[in-house]
Design a protein around this ligand. Structure first.
Ligand SMILES: Nc1ncnc2c1ncn2[C@@H]1O[C@H](COP(=O)(O)OP(=O)(O)OP(=O)(O)O)[C@@H](O)[C@H]1O
Length: 364
C-alpha cells in the first residue's frame, strides 16, 4: 500500500523553485509521495516555469515515478516515486532555464541509484539567479565531494539568455551512504582566480574590461595575492551571445567561495566585473566557510548524511532556512543554527549543525 503523501506548501518562506527541487529529490530518495500546492505563489509569474517542469520530469524519470498535474503554470502537483533507475537520462528546459538547477534536483537522486548515471542537461549554462556552470564545477563540486558525492561534468556547449541551447553531460557514481562534513575553520585566503567570458558576436574587449575592473576592486582589499581572471572568447562552444564573469577564492582549509555576474544590455562591462568582485569580497569578509549560495545547496546533503555535519556560515539566507524546513519535513534530519560572535573582530558567523538522517542506498 502507498504511504500517505507529505503535503508541501510551495508558497512558504522563500516560496520559490527551490522548494520543488528539495522536496522532489527527497521524495525520490526516501520513497515518500508528495503533494505540492501553491507553487511559487508569491512570484510575479506563479506556477511552474520551464526549468522547474523539466527538473521535475527528470526526477520522475529517474525514479520511475508518477508525476501528476505538472505543466507550465501549474500551481499543484503530486509525485509518487518508484525505484531509482541508473543509466542515461535527458532533460531539456528548451529555454535559457539553468542546467545547474536541473543538476541540483537530479544529483542527490542519482547518488542513490544502483549504478552510475549519465545526465544530458540542456538549457542555459550561465543563467541569472542560478549557479553558473563554472560555479557548479569549481565551487559546489569540491565541497560535495567531502560528503562522498562524485560527479564529472563535460560542458559541451554554453548557452545564455534568451536563447539557451547549452548542453552539459554529467556522470555520477552512486554511494552506499553519505558522510557528514565539518567545515568550521575558514583559514586564510590562498588563491583568487576566475574567468571573464564573451560568447557569440560580443567583442573580446568586454571580457578584458570585466576582468580588469574586478581585479582593481579586489586589489583595494586584498593586496598580497596574485589575481588571475582570464578573459576568454567562447567561439565554437557557445550558443547565442552572452558575457559574464566568475571569480573564485580558495582558503588554506579547503573552503571555496565565488562572486559572479552576467552582462546585461545597457550595463557597462566594468560594472559587471565590479558586481562580481564585490560579491566575492562580501562572501570572504564574514569569515564563514561557504558563500551565500553554497549554504542552501548543501542542506540536502547534510540532511541525507549519516552523522553530524557542522558548517560555519555568514548570515543564514532565507533559501537555506527554506531548504532546512523542507528537509525536516521529508527526513528525520534535525538542524540547529547557533550564532557565534567573535570578540576580537566584529564578525558574526553562524554554525549550521545537522544530525543527518543517514539514508542508506538500498540498491548497492
Ligand atoms: N550567483 C549565484 N551563484 C551560485 N548559486 C546561485 C547564484 N544565484 C542563485 N544561486 C542558487 O540558485 C538557486 C536558486 O533557487 P531559486 O529557488 O531562487 O530559483 P528558481 O528555481 O529559479 O525559482 P524562483 O524563480 O521561484 O526563484 C539557489 O540554490 C541559489 O543558491
Amino acid at each position: 500500500m502507498e504511504s500517505a503523501a507529505v503535503e508541501i506548501d510551495g508558497s512558504i518562506m522563500e516560496g520559490g523553485g527551490q522548494i520543488l527541487r528539495v522536496s522532489a529529490a527527497l521524495s525520490c530518495i526516501t520513497g515518500a509521495p508528495i503533494n505540492i500546492s501553491k507553487i511559487r505563489a508569491g512570484r510575479s509569474t506563479p506556477g511552474l516555469r520551464p526549468q522547474h517542469l523539466s527538473g521535475l520530469q527528470l526526477v520522475s524519470d529517474l525514479c520511475s515515478g508518477r508525476l501528476q498535474g505538472a505543466a507550465i503554470g501549474s500551481s499543484e502537483l503530486s509525485l509518487v516515486p518508484g525505484k531509482i533507475r541508473s543509466g542515461t537520462h535527458t532533460a531539456d528546459t528548451q529555454t535559457a532555464g539553468s542546467v545547474c538547477l536541473l543538476l541540483q534536483v537530479a544529483l542527490p537522486c542519482t547518488v542513490f541509484a544502483d549504478a552510475p548515471s549519465q545526465l544530458t542537461l540542456k538549457g542555459g549554462t550561465n543563467a541569472e539567479m542560478a549557479p553558473q556552470i563554472d560555479y557548479t564545477v569549481k565551487v559546489f563540486k569540491p565541497i560535495v565531494e567531502k560528503f562522498g558525492v562524485h560527479f564529472d561534468c563535460d560542458i559541451r556547449m554554453r548557452g545564455y539568455y534568451p536563447k539557451g541551447g547549452g548542453e552539459v553531460v554529467v556522470t555520477v557514481n552512486p554511494v552506499k551512504e553519505l558522510q557528514p562534513v565539518l567545515m568550521t575553520d575558514r583559514g586564510s585566503i590562498t588563491k583568487i582566480y576566475g574567468r571573464a567570458f564573451v560568447g557569440g558576436v560580443l567583442p573580446f574587449k568586454l571580457a578584458k574590461d570585466m576582468s580588469a575592473a574586478a581585479v582593481r576592486t579586489i586589489r583595494k582589499e586584498i593586496k598580497e595575492l596574485y589575481i588571475n581572471i582570464q578573459p576568454l572568447q567562447e567561439k565554437d562552444k557557445a550558443c547565442g551571445n552572452g558575457n559574464g564573469i566568475i571569480i573564485i577564492a580558495e582558503s588554506s582549509t579547503g573552503c571555496v567561495f565565488a562572486g559572479s555576474a552576467l552582462g546585461r544590455k545597457g550595463v557597462y562591462a566594468d560594472k559587471t566585473g565590479i558586481e562580481a568582485a564585490e560579491m566575492l569580497l562580501r562572501n570572504i569578509r564574514h569569515n564563514g566557510c561557504v558563500d551565500e549560495f553554497l549554504q542552501d545547496q548543501l542542506i540536502i546533503f547534510m540532511a541525507l548524511a549519516k552523522g553530524r555535519s557542522q558548517i560555519r556560515t555568514g548570515a543564514v539566507t532565507l533559501h537555506t532556512q527554506t531548504a532546512i524546513h523542507v528537509a525536516e519535513q521529508l527526513t528525520r534530519a534535525k538542524f540547529t543554527i547557533t550564532k557565534c560572535e567573535d570578540e576580537k573582530s566584529s564578525n558574526v558567523t553562524f554554525i549550521i549543525e545537522c544530525e543527518g538522517s543517514g539514508v542508506t542506498n538500498p540498491y548497492l
